[in-house]
Structures are given as C-alpha cells and as structure tokens.
Design a protein around this ligand. Structure first.
Ligand SMILES: Nc1ncnc2c1ncn2[C@@H]1O[C@H](COP(=O)(O)OP(=O)(O)OP(=O)(O)O)[C@@H](O)[C@H]1O
Ligand SMILES: Nc1nc2c(c(=O)[nH]1)N=C(CO)CN2
Length: 187
C-alpha cells in the first residue's frame, strides 16, 4: 500500500492551509475565592504547560474591588498574562475553560464568585463574535483590573477598535485597583 501524503490542515480561523501564524494574546486572570494567589499561579503554570503557547510575561498581582458582581462579593486578585500562540482562538478558549475547570470553578450565575476566571482579552488583531467567543473581549476596555496590569507589561498595548491601553486607562476609575507588591506570580 502506498502512503498517502501528509494532508494540509485547513485552519478554521484563517482559512489558510498549513502553518498557523504566531499571534500575541492578552489573557486576564482573576480569582475572588479560596487561595486566590495559588489559583492565579496555577493558571499561569497551566498556560506554560500548554503546547503551542509561549508565556511571554506576567504582570504584578493587583487586588481589585469587584465590578458588576453580586452584593457581598469579596475582592479579586487579578493579573494579565501575555502569550505567543499558534492555537486557533477557539482552541485557546477551550484551553481557558479547561484551566478554569481544573481549579474547580463552578459555572453558576454570571458574576458569581469564582475560584478562577480566565478571559481572552485580545488575540492579535482577530475579531470574533459568535455564540462562544467575542474578540476583543467586549468589556476589557472599561475594566481597570485589565487595563492597569496590561499597561504595566505592554505599554504599547492596543484593543482593536477601542484604542491604546495607555489612553483607555485614563478614562476608567482606577481607585479600586491596588498593586500588591508583596505577592508575585512566578514564571
Ligand atoms: N473573549 C472571551 N473570553 C472568555 N470568554 C468569552 C469570551 N467571549 C465570549 N466568552 C464566553 O463567555 C462565557 C461566559 O464567560 P464567564 O463565565 O467567564 O463570564 P464572566 O467572567 O462572568 O463575565 P465576563 O465575560 O464579563 O468576564 C464563556 O462560556 C465564553 O464562551
Ligand atoms: N475586580 C474584578 N471584578 C470582576 C472580575 C474580575 O476579575 N475582577 N471579573 C468579572 C467577570 O469576569 C466581574 N467582575
């Protein structure tokens, strides 16, 4: 029997055959339940262990007042992670959900306290809007808990269609977002 040639992979995102491009993605992580720092560290370690993902940098840890969360929700620890990836955006979202699940997050009401939340903020200049994924993240531009840590590690950062992080941060209330110099996520 003759061996068939290796098929080209048709990439659902780019509709190009063969290799997928390397894109830089910005990921927001947050936790307001349990051992919050440990959850954030676990999320970053899990991203580092993901094939086709290269963690480029991670921000400081910020303690942040809950935004749009139910009355009585505790403060979050938040951070932002920059990665390079060749994964498709939907595979990356699946990975984000798997990491949330690995840390015991229960999917209950929107905004409910969560052990770990992993959001895709931007993935290169990809735009998506389907039943599972919106890119750029539709609320990132108004969230100080995303913009401040992102600005720290990527002063040139930009949200396609919204503007530069350095400008957007001037339009949001940053009072509830405090850098915790005593906490650190290790790479
Ligand atoms: N850019 C994105 N990043 C992460 N999830 C997204 C994104 N766009 C759409 N979603 C979808 O949103 C759904 C709900 O996500 P999740 O439970 O994390 O929301 P939330 O954290 O309560 O609120 P928010 O979306 O405002 O951060 C997910 O199942 C996911 O399919
Ligand atoms: N401070 C803060 N508030 C939030 C956060 C978060 O990560 N930090 N995540 C939310 C839903 O993703 C809703 N509100």
């Amino acid at each position: 029997m003759t061996e068939s040639p290796t098929p080209y992979v048709l990439d659902a995102d780019t509709m190009t055959g063969g290799m997928r491009p390397i894109r830089q993605a910005v990921i927001s992580i947050g936790s307001n339940l349990g051992d919050r720092l440990n959850r954030l560290q676990g999320a970053v370690s899990a991203l580092e262990d993901t094939p086709e993902v290269q963690v480029v940098s991670v921000s400081s840890v910020y303690e942040t007042q809950p935004v749009g969360a139910p009355e009585g929700s505790g403060p979050f620890l938040n951070a932002v992670v920059l990665i390079d990836t060749t994964l498709t955006v939907h595979t990356l979202l699946d990975r984000a959900h798997a990491i949330e699940d690995a840390f015991g997050r229960e999917r209950s009401e929107p905004g409910a306290p969560r052990t770990l939340d992993v959001d895709l903020v931007v993935v290169g200049d990809r735009v998506a809007d389907d039943e599972t994924l919106t890119l750029p993240h539709p609320r990132a531009h108004e969230r100080a808990f995303v913009l401040l840590p992102w600005l720290e590690i990527d002063p040139e950062g930009e949200i396609p269609g919204q503007g530069f992080v350095a400008d957007l941060v001037g339009d949001v209330d940053t009072t509830g977002v405090v850098r915790r110099e005593d906490l650190e996520i290790l790479l």
